[in-house]
Design a protein around this ligand. Sequence first.
Ligand code: HEC
Length: 157
Amino acid sequence: MKVVKKIGWVVVIVFVIAQFFGPEKNEGDLTTITAFVNETKPSEEVHKILKEACFDCHSNKTRYPWYSTITPINYWMADHVKVGKKKLNFSKWSEYSLRRKAHKMEELYEEVEKKNMPLDSYTWTHREANLTARQIKLVVDWAKQVESAYEKQKTTK
Ligand code: HEC
């Protein structure tokens, strides 16, 4: 029993000390997404869906919930954002080539259609990101349209 108590204290102390450490936050400027929005012209509804379900991990600006300050949750989240941004960053849209943009739009509707995105761990805590069939269709239709516009531009270039 004594040992269990000691271990308990060590865990508590380590947890408390760990709170002084945290990853760098993803808190860039939200206006970096404007170029993407202007170019792909999502409807107001699609824009809202992307904002509520995707931008936190796929742009330079994450909206942090209160529990995101708790170590180790913060590291776990930062990892999602880091990997998510590396794969697809709407804040860097203007730096993408035409080919890459078309390809990313294709991946976007595939991932949303298959319900791979947003990540489950995200929809557990962000209920508005749990997309309805109607919302999925809106996003998929929009992304397909944008993709084919990029494909056309590719062939005329
Ligand atoms: C909680 C963070 C998170 C959210 C929210 C999120 N994603 Fe992702 N996304 C990731 C991560 C991490 C990956 C890479 C790992 C993977 O493919 O599972 C990824 C991968 C992707 C990919 C694949 C890109 C590639 O090059 O393979 C697409 C497309 C994508 N996400 C689109 C979306 C869309 C659209 C939304 C909103 C409907 C969304 N994501 C919401 C974290 C997130």
